[in-house]
Write a protein that binds this ligand. Structure first.
Ligand code: TXA
Ligand code: MG
Length: 311
């Protein structure tokens, strides 16, 4: 898949301040040496991301938490032991050595230990922290293959490590442990129930007005084609009516997702639907149960982001 030589090359690029896109178990990341401000600036420029939207620092193992965070509460170690390496990001009070560019000037830092073997190989060989947002342009659907990344960034990335399609397909769950009580900032593959089980206490809901996690902006994750989410019966009716008007319609219904778990196909499918060149995307509303919370969250945002395109 990815050879040792490619990893060595990617590490050399990181050390030289370049950008390396790499697979994680969730989505591809667009990485730079987290301790090199010039390199981190290039990430923001390539993504077209505002500077006050902080980046996740990816490290090889939980031991490195102490290099990046201070006042680490016991809950952080509990979650790290249970879910790392894996699709969980922890927000902790930052160590003074963390660059302001990475944290958007906040007093906290986002940390994650990804489990993907290519990400692990890269981080181990590199040794330090890799600041990496999802490898998509700001506000767009995340990239789940190396090909998506190349299409999104072209020559702006110095190296794309191709680890095939990512497993989870939806970004990591984000938990804020920097405040008085643990709070969920972004739903993801690891569910609230799993987190509460591990912590032995309830999670506070995110402050919906908080601009701290831009993934929580209503318009985030928007495809370019107008998208609507609705129950199956309504969807069929609307699809028929739009078809009569000569509109090209892309449909994402649950039956297409059913053979896999919720997160596995959704992001990739949405991107495919967006690229199908249709006038409208109709999505069957996901079930209300907890396992689908992250999917409901992303779909709501995707729909909100395209509302103004709807005639
Ligand atoms: O699965 C993932 O998390 C992927 C892979 C590449 O690791 N990364 C990812 O990064 O989704 P990004 O930058 O697209 O989303 C990270 C989210 C953003 O919403 C950001 O605002 C939030 O994490 N974040 C980062 N640092 C934060 C901090 N100090 N406090 C609160 N939120 C923070
Ligand atoms: Mg993102």
């Amino acid at each position: 898949m990815v050879s040792d030589r490619e990893i060595d090359n990617a590490v050399a690029i990181l050390r030289a301040g370049g950008l390396v896109a790499f697979p994680t178990e969730t989505v591809y990341g667009l990485g730079a040496d987290a301790s090199n401000p010039e390199a981190v600036k290039r990430v923001f420029a390539a993504k077209g991301r505002p500077h006050d939207h902080p980046l996740i620092v990816h490290v090889a193992d939980a031991v490195q938490l102490a290099n990046w965070a201070r006042e680490i509460p016991p809950a952080a170690w509990t979650l790290a032991r249970k879910f790392w390496p894996g699709p969980l990001t922890l927000i902790l009070k930052r160590s003074p050595r963390v660059n302001d560019l990475v944290t958007g000037g906040q007093d906290t830092v986002a940390l994650r230990v990804p489990s993907h073997p290519v990400a692990q190989a890269l981080l181990r060989r590199f040794g330090g922290g890799v600041a990496a947002p999802s490898a998509n342009r700001f506000g767009r659907v995340s990239a789940t293959t190396a090909e998506h990344v190349r299409r999104e960034f072209g020559g702006a990335v110095d190296c794309v490590l191709d680890g095939g399609a990512t497993d989870v397909g939806i970004e990591s769950t984000i938990v804020d442990l920097s405040g008085a009580a643990p709070a969920l900032l972004r739903p993801g593959w690891i569910t609230v129930e799993q987190l509460q089980d591990a912590l032995g206490m309830p999670l506070a809901s995110p402050d919906t007005q908080s601009p701290r996690a831009p993934g929580t902006l209503a318009k985030h994750y928007a495809p370019q084609t107008p998208l609507m989410v609705m129950e199956a019966d309504l969807l069929l009716e609307l699809a028929a009516s739009l078809a009569r008007q000569g509109k090209r319609i892309a449909v994402l219904a649950r039956s297409a997702l059913q053979p896999l778990s919720p997160g596995l196909t959704w992001v990739a499918s949405l991107r495919q639907l967006d690229e199908a060149g249709c006038d409208t995307i109709l999505v069957e509303a996901p079930p209300q149960d907890a396992a689908w919370a992250a999917i409901r969250d992303r779909l709501t945002r995707a729909a909100a982001g395209t509302q103004e395109n709807l005639a």
